[in-house]
Design a protein around this ligand. Structure first.
Ligand code: PRP
Ligand code: 7HP
Length: 174
């Protein structure tokens, strides 16, 4: 597997993202205000676990599940909710954490759904961004790395359910 982003490069970027997001949250909400990190399953589970530990703020963690890729390397275009939040986010400061924004369909679906629930603020963070593949406008507020049009796996990202446990991000060869 060709390594695109090493474990060390990811760890350094996650630390920087955590510091930036914590600073922005304190400026927006105040020193002692809680942040609710919403991890989008399954792909974001590794990134969210590391990002949570880089966020020096009072933090709650919640999970959402969505699926649109199945076994394919292109979006079906049909985003399906597989798991909903366990608690209300009304009046809360929310950080939505994604592994990747590709077509943007998943992020757009989730933003619509979460905004309707009345959070005090809703900020987004994605480890990876593929701007060349966008089918709907918009991207995450905080992005770890912009990458080209390649299908990547590892650090939570899968192909047909496999490779999520790789400690680096690699390019899936055909
Ligand atoms: C992947 C990924 C993002 C979404 C991004 O999820 O985790 O949530 O696709 O693609 P998009 O911008 O084109 O919508 P997937 O459907 O593969 O589910 P998974 O996270 O369970 O692997
Ligand atoms: C979803 C997804 N999952 C794994 N690798 C990629 O490159 C992806 N793009 N969109």
């Amino acid at each position: 597997m060709k390594v695109l982003l090493s474990a060390d490069a990811i760890a350094a970027r996650v630390r920087t993202l955590g510091a930036q997001i914590a600073r922005d949250h304190r400026a927006r909400a105040g020193e002692d205000e809680e942040l609710v990190l919403v991890c989008v399953l399954k792909g974001a589970f590794v990134f969210a676990a590391d990002l949570a530990r880089a966020l020096d703020v009072p933090l709650r963690v919640e999970f959402l599940g969505v699926q649109s890729y199945g076994e394919a390397t292109a979006s079906s275009g049909d985003v399906r909710l597989t798991l909903d939040l366990g608690h209300s986010i009304a009046g809360k400061h929310v950080l939505l954490v994604e592994d990747i924004v590709d077509t943007g369909l998943t992020l757009s679906y989730l933003l619509g759904m979460l905004r309707a629930r009345g959070p005090a603020s809703l900020t987004t963070c994605a480890l990876l961004d593929k701007p060349s593949r966008r089918r709907v406008e918009g991207g995450a507020d905080h992005v770890g790395f912009a990458i080209g049009d390649v299908f990547v796996v590892g650090y939570g990202l899968d192909h047909a359910g496999l490779y999520r446990n790789l400690p680096y991000i690699g390019v899936l060869e055909a």
